[in-house]
Structures are given as structure tokens and as C-alpha cells.
Write a protein that binds this ligand. Structure first.
Ligand code: PBG
Ligand code: ZN
Length: 329
């Protein structure tokens, strides 16, 4: 027998040892749960591309927030489908729109729940693009003003964290300045700093009715081939005042998450996007995978890559499964 054989298996002998030497953990405190709000009352309709997720009117959204609060989820991110669309997306900053109404109601009923506001214009413009158009292109600088207005309206409605997902240049500075000017200097910004032009957003665009009516988003979202450029985006957004940096999508981009984590001293968030969720749900519904194990493994891997915060449609299930594990020990 080789006495000096190195035996990593010694520390894998049983669960007590394995959990003692485990390097990363998933906690429900890491999660942000996305919720889609729509006009009307008593609406709760399952989203066909996102089984287990719903379109909620504000009254029904409150019940979902209550459910999230009960299982220990600390934050919800609000996405909205507006009553009307126009060329500049003005329902995005309309205080009577579902997003602003939902935020107000949640803040009132659940003051401890953190409210994250997705700031973008694609759900609100006729074109389905993330800003104001000039010809066939999104016009960067005039769009900044509209995004800033949207951010301020959400802060006014009760958002704790503003999360711009539009990928315009200079939007973090524009939003920070507008928030500060209106005395929302304590409202944080979580920048979708590294957001790739990804096919993984397909189910979300069905859910949010936000697909571009022509062309695509490659003129503003990032090329999946690039990682040095990701670091440039992060650098700029930090310089402009972002408090939290997000990478999106998550699973195919964990190398980027890792690089960002190594480089910065701010919290890193990942968005486990709609396509990632839909693929798991479809395979699970067919009995091809073990949904719980696949999801929990994926969440752990996001943490291992360096994510502090995970935005996921699985959040309520994750809470349930974490509880089960706790009770099994
Ligand atoms: C809006 C926005 C999108 C997502 C979040 N905010 C879609 C897009 O950029 O087309 C994607 C979320 C998901 O796929 O779960 N800009
Ligand atoms: Zn958008």
C-alpha cells in the first residue's frame, strides 16, 4: 500500500464531513424573486412560456409577495405590462401604471420586503426597443432622460433598488444624478452592467410582451463572444456610481461572473433568466431531469462562480427545498 497516497476522498466520507468542508452555501437571503404585474383586478394567469410564473394584477401580486415573505425571500423585482404603449414609452414613468402601483402597495403592506425596479423601456415602446428611436436605431442620449424619469418614478413609488436593464451608455450616471436631485440619494442602483444579447430572454419577451418589432438588440446589448468588453462595462458603471453589478444571463456566463468577482469590491448579482428557467421546467415536466437537484446544483454553481445575489424565477421553490434540507439534517 502506498502510505503517502493523497486521499481527497477522506473528507467526502459522510455528510457531516462534507458539509464541514463545503466552500460555498446557498441561502434564501441571496435571492430576488421576479414578479410580473398587469392592469386590472383579480388577475392571476399562468405565463405559458414560464410555467409556475403568473401575470398578477396588483391585488394578486400582494398575495404572491406575502408568499415570498413567508418563505424568507428578502426581495422582489417588479416587471410590468402597461395599459398603453407609445413612441417614447411614457407609461414607464406613469405613476398609475401597474409597476408604480404595485410598488406602492407592496411598500405599504410589506415594509420589510426589498423592492427592486427593472428600469427599461421595451415593454412600453411601440417598437419594443429599449429606448427612443432615431430611424431604426435607439438614440442613446435622449433615451437617458426617459430612463432617469422612470427611475425617479419608481423611487417615488417605493423602490429600494433601481435596476436599469437597457444597456444605454451613460445611464448609470444619468439615473444617479436624477435620483440625487430628487433626494433619493439612498436609493441604490443595481446595474445590469454586463447584459448579453441573448436568446435566453425569449420566454421573458413573450411574458412581458416586449420583443422588438424589427431587428434585434445587438446594437446595445453585448456580444456573447466578448469578455474583455464585459470588464469595460463594469468599470464604467462603477465609475458612474453603480452599487451592485449584475451579469446576465447566468449559467452560460459563469466565467464572466468569476472574472467580475475577482476584479471588483462591490456585490455581484446574476440573473438566472427566463430561458434557463423554461428549459429546466420543460425537461422536468417530461421526467427527463430531477428538477430539485438540477436547480439546487445550478444555484450553488452560481455562488461558487462568485455571485452574491441571485435573481431567479425558482426562488420560491429554492426556499422550500432549502427548508427540506435543513429539516433532513
Ligand atoms: C428588459 C429586460 C429583459 C430581461 C430583463 N429585463 C429582456 C430583454 O432585454 O430583452 C430578461 C429577463 C429574462 O429573460 O428572464 N430589457
Ligand atoms: Zn429593454
Amino acid at each position: 500500500m502506498k502510505v503517502n497516497l493523497l486521499r481527497p476522498r477522506r473528507l467526502r466520507k459522510n455528510e457531516a464531513l462534507r458539509s464541514m468542508v463545503r466552500e460555498n452555501t446557498v441561502s434564501i437571503k441571496d435571492f430576488i424573486y421576479p414578479i410580473f404585474v398587469v392592469p386590472g383586478q383579480k388577475v392571476k394567469e399562468e405565463i405559458s412560456s414560464l410555467p409556475g410564473c403568473y401575470h398578477f394584477s396588483v391585488d394578486e401580486a400582494l398575495k404572491e409577495v406575502e408568499k415570498a415573505a413567508k418563505v424568507g425571500i428578502p426581495a422582489v423585482e417588479i416587471f410590468g405590462l402597461p395599459e398603453y404603449k407609445d413612441d417614447i414609452g411614457s407609461s414607464a414613468w406613469d405613476m398609475t401604471s401597474p409597476v408604480q402601483q404595485a410598488m406602492k402597495a407592496i411598500k405599504k403592506e410589506f415594509p420589510h420586503m426589498l423592492i427592486v425596479g427593472d428600469v427599461c423601456l421595451c415593454q412600453y415602446t411601440n417598437s419594443g426597443h429599449c429606448g427612443k428611436l432615431c430611424g431604426q436605431e435607439v438614440d442613446n442620449d435622449p433615451t437617458l432622460e426617459l430612463l432617469a424619469k422612470t427611475a425617479v418614478s419608481q423611487a417615488e413609488a417605493g423602490a429600494d433598488i433601481i435596476a436599469p436593464s437597457d444597456m444605454m451608455d451613460g445611464r448609470i450616471a444619468a439615473i444617479r444624478e436624477a435620483l440625487d436631485k430628487e433626494k433619493y440619494e439612498n436609493t441604490s442602483i443595481m446595474s445590469y452592467a454586463v447584459k448579453y444579447a441573448s436568446a435566453y430572454y425569449g420566454p421573458f419577451r413573450d411574458a412581458a410582451n416586449s420583443a422588438p418589432q424589427f431587428g434585434n438588440r445587438k446594437g446595445y446589448q453585448m456580444d456573447p463572444a466578448n469578455s474583455r468588453e464585459a470588464m469595460k462595462e463594469v468599470e464604467l458603471d462603477l465609475a458612474e456610481g453603480a452599487d451592485i453589478i449584475m451579469v446576465k444571463p447566468a449559467l452560460a456566463y459563469l466565467d464572466i461572473v468569476h472574472q467580475v468577482r475577482e476584479k471588483i469590491n462591490r456585490p455581484v448579482a446574476v440573473y438566472n433568466v427566463s430561458g434557463e428557467y423554461a428549459m429546466v421546467k420543460a425537461a422536468a415536466a417530461n421526467g427527463w431531469i430531477d428538477e430539485k437537484r438540477i436547480v439546487m446544483e445550478s444555484m450553488m454553481c452560481m455562488k461558487r462562480a462568485g455571485a452574491d445575489i441571485i435573481i431567479s424565477y425558482h426562488a420560491i421553490d429554492v426556499a422550500k427545498w432549502l427548508k427540506e434540507e435543513e429539516n433532513n439534517v
